[in-house]
Design a protein around this ligand. Sequence first.
Ligand code: AMP
Length: 587
Amino acid sequence: MRPTFIRKSASELRVPPNLPRPAEREAPLSVQAARHALAGLPGGGLNIAYEAVDRHAAGPRANHPAFRWLCRNDAEQIFTYDDLALLSNRFANVLNSLGVGKGAGVFVLCGRIPELYVAVLGALKNGCVVSPLFAAFGPEPIATRIALGAGRVLVTTDTLYARKVAKVMHALPTLKHVLLVGEGGATTDIPGTLDLRRLMDAAADGFDIVPTAAEDPALLHFTSGTTGTPKGAIHVHDAAVMHYMTGKYALDFHPEDIFWCTADPGWVTGTSYGIIAPLLHGVTSIIDEADFDAERWYRILQDHEVTVWYTAPTAIRMLMKAGTELARKYRFPDLRFIASVGEPLNPEAVWWGQEVLGLPIHDNWWQTETGGIMIANTPAMDIKPGSMGRPLPGVEAIIVRHEDNGAVTVIDVPDVEGELALKRGWPSMFRGYLNQEERYRKCFAGDLYLTGDLARRDADGYFWFVGRADDVIKSAGHLIGPFEVESALMEHPAVAEAGVIGKPDEIVGEVVKAFVSLKKGYEAGDALRLELLGHARKRLGAAVAPKEIAFVASLPRTRSGKIMRRLLKARELGLPEGDTSTLEGGA
Ligand code: AMP
C-alpha cells in the first residue's frame, strides 16, 4: 500500500521555495506587502498591464522573453517584454482611434495566437474591461456572453467570425467594432469588420496608459450556474496583487523559470496564470497554439526546458492513458514543479507524476469568482495525494453548514463535510456578477463567501474536495451550466423537455448527458438522437454540447416545476434516489 503522505525534504528541492515549510518560515508576504511589490502607475493607480508588461519593459528584463509562442506547425516566435509593451501599446492606440475608451467591453475570441495576448494587454492599458471567450464555444454561448457583457469590440479571426459570429451579429446591437485576424497571415475584407493587422501597422508605438484605480473593473469572466444565464464575474485591477502572491507561493516562480500553463485563456486559469501571473513575475511562458497531443506535450516539456508546469487533471489522465513507455522516451531534467487545477485530482494521478515524471503533481483549488489560487499544495509542503492542499497566506478557508433556509454555521471540528467558504477581502475576489446583484448577494453570508463546493478539512489543515453543492457540470476542467444546454436542446422542434447532468467519466471527469422527452408526433431512435447531438453541437460548440442523449417519456420535476437533475443522476448511476418528497406526483 502507498503511504498517505509524499514527504518533502529541503534537499530534494532544486531551488529554495518562496514559501518554506511553516516551521522554517518568517511571516510570509502579507497582502499589503505584496501590493508594495507592484509598482503602481507612475501618476497613481494600478493597472494590470502596466505591472505585467511596461514595468519590465522599462527595466533590466526588457529583452527577456515574455512568451515563447509555439505555432501549430511547429514554427516558433519569441516575444520579449519590450515587444509586448510595443504591441500592446499599438492595440491600445487602435482602440483609442475607434473611440473605444475606459470601461468599454472588449471581447476576444481566438485560439492561442499572439493577437489574443496583445489584445488582452492592450485593452487593459486602455482601461477597457476584457472578456476572453473560449474558441470552442458555438454561436449561442458566444452571443449570450457578448450580449450580457454589452461588448463594444470583438477581436476574432476571419474563420471564427464566418463560422460562429456572423450569424449572431443581428443579436448584438452593442457590438460596434469587429477586428479580424486573417488566418495564415492573410488580410481580410469582410464587410462590417476591420482588418486588425492593417490597423496595428498604422498605429503609433507609444501609448500613455489610461489611469485606472485598483478598484476599476479589468476583466469579465463568465461562469455557469445551475439555472439562468451565465454569470459575468467582474474582476478589478487589484486582482494583480493576488496573481503576484499566488505566482510566488503556489507556482513558486523564480526569475529564470520557463513556465507552461496549458489552460486556454477562454477560461479563468488561462488568463490569470496563462497571461497575468507569469508576466507579473517577469518569467518566460510557453504558449502552445495546438491542442492536446501526448507526444507533443512531452516534447515541449523536454525541448523547451520547462521548469514549472501548470496543467489539469484531464490532461494528466490523458497522458497516463497514453502510457508510461511514451513518457519514458523523454527526459525532464529541468522540470522542478508540477501543479494542477480545475477538477478533482485523483491520488493515482499524483503518484503517476512521482513515478513517471519524477515529481508529484501538486493539486490546487480556486474558481472563477476567487480570481486566483486559494488552496494549494506548495513545493515545500508534504502532499497528501487526493487533497487540494492548504489555504495560501492571505486566505482563510472555513467549512460551514449551509442550510436550505440560508442559515450558515461554522463547522470547526475536522473531518466533517460542509460547504467551503472563504473569509472575504482577498484582492482578486470578484466584485459582482454583472447586472445580477441578487445572485452576487446570495454568495455571501456576513463576511464569508460561499463557494458552492462541498469539502472537508482534516486535522492537519488539509482540504479535501467532496463535490459540488449544485448541478453544474465539470467536463475536461470546463464548467458547464446544464440550463444553457437544456435551452439549446429545447430549441429543436422535436424536444418537449430536456434535463442535463454530468455523467462520471474516467478521463474528463464528467461528460454532458441529456435526457430528452419528445413532442407528440416524433419518434425516439438513433436518427433523431444523431440529429439532436448535431443540433446541440452546432449551437453550443464541441466544448459544451452533450455527448450522450437518452430518450425518456417524461422528466422528474419538483412540484414547483424544476427538473430534478439530482434524481436523473442518481437513476443514471443506480444510486439511492434520496429525498423525493418534493417530486411531482411523489410521496
Ligand atoms: P471554474 O470557475 O470554471 O474555474 O470552476 C471552479 C470549480 O472547479 C470549483 O468550484 C470546483 O468545483 C472545481 N475545482 C477547481 N479546482 C478543483 C480541485 N483542485 N479539485 C476539485 N475541484 C476543483
